[in-house]
Unconditional design. Structure first.
Length: 266
C-alpha cells in the first residue's frame, strides 16, 4: 500500500469512528437510580388530541434496555407544575412566542430530579403544524431531553437524520428515536448510583437539598419563576444554526440548576 493510500485509509477509519461515537448527551446529567431498567412516569396533563402522541412517545422510549417510560395521571395541573421524580407533560396555547415545544429539567449535582415537557398549541392548531408527524416529533424530542439527551443537529435545513432528536423541516422521517439514541441512553445509564431520584416525593416546599437527594427529599428550587418566560430561563448555553437559543441554564447555586431546551417554529 502506498503512503497516500495508507493516509486516506487512516482518515476514513477516523471519520467512521467519529460518526459512530458521536455524543448527544448533555453534560453528565441523568436520573439517579440504583438499578436498571428503571421506570419513569410521564404525567398526562395533555388534551385528547395529544393522548395518542404521548402514548407513542412513551412506547418509543421504552424500547431502551435501560429504562421504561409509562404514562401516568398528571399532577402538573393548570400551570404544569413540576413534581419530583417524574416528568409532567402538558399542552396549552402558550402564545405566539415562536417555540413549538420546550423541555425543562431540574438537576441537583449530576442528577435529574424532575422535568416538564410542554407543547404549544398556538402553533399546533395551525395547518402547518397540525399533523401527526410534527406532533410526534416534538413530543418525542421534549421527552427525550428529560432522559438526558440533547439535539443531534440544530440546523433545520440539513437532511433529516431519522431521529426525533434532530432539528428538521421535514418531520416525517424524524418522528421516533433511532438506534443511536438508544445506544446513547445505554452509555448515560451504564453506571448505577447510590441515590434514587426517580419517584422521589415532592412535598411542595423548601429549597433543594443540593446533594442529589433521594426519596422523601423534596427539591423546591425555582418553583416561583415564570417558566414560560424566556427571560427567566437563564444564560444561553447553545444556539442553533439561525443563532436562536436552543439550550438555557439557570443556576440557583449549591449544585441546583434548571435547564430549558427549545425547539422553535420555522
Amino acid at each position: 500500500m502506498t503512503k497516500k493510500l495508507f493516509f486516506f485509509a487512516l482518515v476514513s477509519v477516523f471519520l467512521i469512528a467519529g460518526t459512530v461515537s458521536a455524543s448527544h448527551s448533555w453534560g453528565n446529567y441523568h436520573w439517579g437510580r440504583t438499578a436498571n431498567p428503571f421506570t419513569l412516569e410521564l404525567g398526562d396533563n395533555v388534551s385528547g388530541v395529544w393522548d395518542a402522541h404521548l402514548a407513542t412517545t412513551a412506547s418509543d422510549w421504552s424500547i431502551s434496555s435501560v429504562l421504561d417510560t409509562v404514562v401516568a395521571a398528571g399532577k402538573g395541573k393548570r400551570n404544569c407544575r413540576a413534581t419530583d421524580g417524574r416528568v409532567e407533560v402538558c399542552n396549552a396555547k402558550y402564545g405566539a412566542n415562536d417555540w413549538l415545544g420546550i423541555a425543562q429539567i431540574w438537576v441537583s449535582g449530576d442528577h435529574i430530579v424532575k422535568g416538564v415537557a410542554k407543547v404549544n398549541d398556538t402553533y399546533f392548531d395551525t395547518p402547518e403544524y397540525n399533523t401527526p408527524e410534527w406532533r410526534n416529533l416534538v413530543m418525542c424530542q421534549e421527552v427525550g431531553h428529560t432522559l438526558g439527551l440533547g439535539h443531534t443537529d440544530e440546523n433545520f435545513d440539513n437532511p433529516p437524520e431519522g431521529t426525533c432528536m434532530d432539528y428538521t423541516s421535514d418531520p416525517a422521517p424524524n418522528q421516533h428515536p433511532n438506534q443511536h439514541d438508544y445506544d446513547m441512553l445505554e452509555q448515560i445509564y451504564a453506571h448505577l448510583d447510590s441515590v434514587d431520584t426517580v419517584g422521589s416525593s415532592d412535598e411542595g416546599s423548601g429549597p433543594g437539598n443540593g446533594n442529589g437527594g433521594g426519596k422523601g427529599k423534596p427539591y423546591g428550587v425555582g418553583k416561583d419563576i415564570d417558566l414560560e418566560n424566556p427571560s427567566e430561563w437563564g444564560t444561553v448555553v447553545r444556539t442553533d444554526a439561525k443563532n436562536r437559543s436552543s439550550l438555557h441554564e439557570r443556576d440557583f447555586g449549591n449544585g441546583e440548576k434548571l435547564f430549558t431546551f427549545v425547539i422553535w417554529a420555522e
